[in-house]
Structure formats: structure tokens, C-alpha cells
Design a protein around this ligand. Structure first.
Ligand SMILES: [Zn+2]
Length: 203
């Protein structure tokens, strides 16, 4: 029983929380664990996604009807799990470029073969050079896509136009977003209204 409770608590603490800067722009996704640390230090405050009410940590843990169903429980206190926090002293807007890494490529292509559209686990997908390396193709965002074993074998060492395959979409360097390190399925419903494209509805 004790073990299950600890495991559940760890799972809740490892969940994702969206971090907004002082101007309410999403800048980062962190863990609930780190969000709680920031709240305890009063570096960040919780945002209720529906009402946009902002709570300091002592208020948050005393709410009788917090906007979340999940609690991190300890013997002395039950802490509602925050989904969105806003920083009190940071108003810069990050502008990073998405680094070209294997992990980021899997995320950009959403674990999907870019030729046939089949989804797969990482061991069923490999990185394909659209213009093959042997023909001068470079390892870049614009020339690399995920391909399943079948499509990779079909394409082999040929140019795209000679392979009979078609790309689902033109590969591009992804725009940086605070959600870059997450799969779409890991993003919380409550974050959507803070997405850069929806900001007009926030203020
Ligand atoms: Zn395929």
C-alpha cells in the first residue's frame, strides 16, 4: 500500500506543468516537482486555467475547491497538482533554435513514417536522408525524415523521384515552442488557451 502511494506521488510529481513568463507567454515546460519548488520559493504562482486566477503557494494549498482533481499527498498537507504556473520576475521571450537531434526529429515527425504515415515505436523507425548521403545529402532538418523499415528498404539509396515514394510533407526545421520536448499527446488540455496562437483570448 505504502509503495503504491509513493509510486503515485512520484508519478504526479513527474507530470508536466506549463511555465508562463511575467507577460503570460509560455516559455517552458517543467515538472510538477519543479513547479512546486518555484511556488514554495514564491518565484512562481499557480494559474487556474479556467478563471485565470493566480494563487501564491499558501493560498493554493488552502483552496477548498481547487481547479484540479489530483493531489500530492503527504501526512501533513494535500497539495493540488498545478498545471500552469506564472513566473513573477521573468519577462524575456525565449528564442532558441530547435537543435537537430534524433529525439527532436522523432518529435517533429511525431513517431510517424513520413512516406506511408504509419506510426511506430523508435525501434521500428529510422532516420532517412531524403537525398541519400551517398549522393551528397546532408544530415539536416530539411533532408532527414523518419521512415519505417519497409519504406526505408524501398527507398534504399535512391533519390526521392526515382523511388516511387512521396513525402507526406516537406521536412523543415521546427519552430521553437515551449512544447518542443513533448509529444502532442503529453500536452495538457488546460495549456491550449496559453498557446502563442491563442493569446488574444487570454487578455
Ligand atoms: Zn513507411
Amino acid at each position: 500500500m505504502q509503495k503504491t502511494e509513493n509510486a503515485m506521488r512520484a508519478q504526479l510529481l513527474d507530470r508536466s506543468a506549463l511555465v508562463l513568463n511575467r507577460s503570460w507567454m509560455p516559455v517552458h515546460v517543467t515538472t510538477v516537482r519543479r513547479a512546486l519548488c518555484m511556488m514554495v520559493r514564491d518565484v512562481a504562482r499557480v494559474v487556474a486555467p479556467d478563471t485565470l486566477a493566480v494563487y501564491a503557494f499558501p493560498e493554493w494549498i488552502r483552496l477548498s475547491d481547487p481547479p484540479t482533481r489530483d493531489y500530492v499527498r503527504s501526512p501533513s498537507v494535500h497539495i493540488p497538482v498545478p498545471e500552469v504556473v506564472v513566473l513573477r520576475g521573468y519577462d524575456r521571450v525565449p528564442c532558441h533554435e530547435a537543435p537537430f537531434t534524433r529525439r527532436n526529429l522523432f518529435l517533429r515527425d511525431d513517431f510517424t513514417c513520413q512516406y506511408c504515415g504509419r506510426k511506430g515505436s523508435p525501434d521500428r523507425l529510422s532516420i532517412d536522408h531524403v537525398t541519400p548521403k551517398s549522393r551528397g545529402g546532408r544530415t539536416t532538418w530539411e533532408n532527414c525524415v523518419l521512415a519505417c523499415v519497409g519504406c526505408n528498404a524501398r527507398k534504399a539509396d535512391r533519390h526521392l523521384k526515382d523511388s516511387g515514394l512521396r513525402l507526406l510533407r516537406q521536412p523543415m526545421r521546427p519552430r521553437w515552442t515551449p512544447y518542443l520536448n513533448l509529444r502532442p499527446s503529453q500536452q495538457l488540455e488546460s495549456w491550449h488557451r496559453f498557446a502563442p496562437d491563442n493569446r488574444r483570448s487570454v487578455h
